[in-house]
Write a protein that binds this ligand. Structure first.
Ligand code: FES
Length: 277
């Protein structure tokens, strides 16, 4: 098999795809929480994606991504047997996984479920109890629900329309859980939209619990050189690509991060519209 050859590529929810490819150089030493930068085609942009699964036996890397613009649309058209133009990784620091006497609460929204899923497996593998809180707009948009239900010690679900679990947001399900169980919890980890992670951080703080988050930012080199992925924490600059992507959430300037992540939005929109014509 050729390096970076796609072995499977399928839709797992509307606009969300699971991509697996042969990459022995990365599969052999990737750790939970690390990411890769994918350039799907020679003319494509760089897409940073957290590794959903790295199998050192088969040398297969699996990523889950959402179609959001021209490059991800192009990526979604690639078929098994085709080759990705380039893949860089594994990048970033691995997530901190350890055996704890208390429960870890993993909160994810939307595509965050694909990123937090390997953390759920890793904590369970070392014997730490995991409560997973998953959410989406509607029941059919809940990602990897079966896997969370089969492998977490407990699963709490929230949907905006109430079609499954609590009607509302993951923050509502989290708050209800912490009201009764905060003393059993070591920490909360949240992965999803910036506003969701910020809200989770505030709720956990009410119960004196720390929150860890995994940040997403626009990346170029992925090695700490360009400054594209910078984030302010307590007024100090960090780089998501080399200092993260996992950070203790207290002090993160989520508003600045959100604004920085939107800085090419207009250009991306135009590029997509031009390409569609
Ligand atoms: Fe360039 Fe992080 S992507 S510094």
């Amino acid at each position: 098999m050729v390096i970076d050859e796609i072995v499977s590529h399928e839709s797992v929810a509307p606009g969300v795809f699971r991509l697996s490819f042969y990459e022995p150089r990365i599969a052999s030493h990737a750790k939970t929480g690390q990411f890769v930068i994918v350039i799907p085609l020679e003319t494509g942009e760089r897409i940073p994606l957290t590794i959903n699964r790295a199998d050192p036996k088969t040398n297969i890397i699996t990523l889950v991504y959402q179609v959001v613009g021209k490059t991800t649309v192009l990526l979604s058209t690639l078929q098994p047997g085709q080759k990705l133009h380039a893949v860089l990784g594994p990048l970033g620091k691995p997530s901190h996984i350890e055996k704890l006497d208390k429960t870890v609460v993993l909160v994810s929204g939307g595509l965050g479920a694909a990123i937090i899923l390997p953390e759920m497996y890793a904590f369970r593998a070392v014997g730490t109890l995991v409560v997973s809180v998953i959410g989406a707009r509607t029941e059919d948009l809940l990602l990897f629900r079966d896997e969370f239900e089969r492998h977490s010690d407990r699963v709490l679900i929230a949907t905006n329309d109430g079609s499954c679990g609590v009607k509302g947001f993951v923050t509502d399900a989290l708050e209800t859980y912490l009201q009764e169980h905060a003393s059993e919890v070591a920490f909360v980890k949240a992965i999803g939209p910036n506003r969701m992670m910020e809200a989770v951080t505030k709720i956990a703080a009410k119960y004196n619990l720390p929150t860890y988050v995994s940040l997403t930012s626009i990346m170029v080199d992925g090695t700490g050189m360009c400054g594209s992925c910078r984030v302010s924490i307590h007024g100090k600059i960090y780089h998501v690509c080399v200092d993260g992507p996992e950070f203790l959430a207290e002090g993160i300037d989520f508003t600045e991060l959100e604004n920085r992540n939107k800085r090419f939005q207009e250009m991306e929109k135009k590029a997509y519209e031009t390409w569609c014509q």
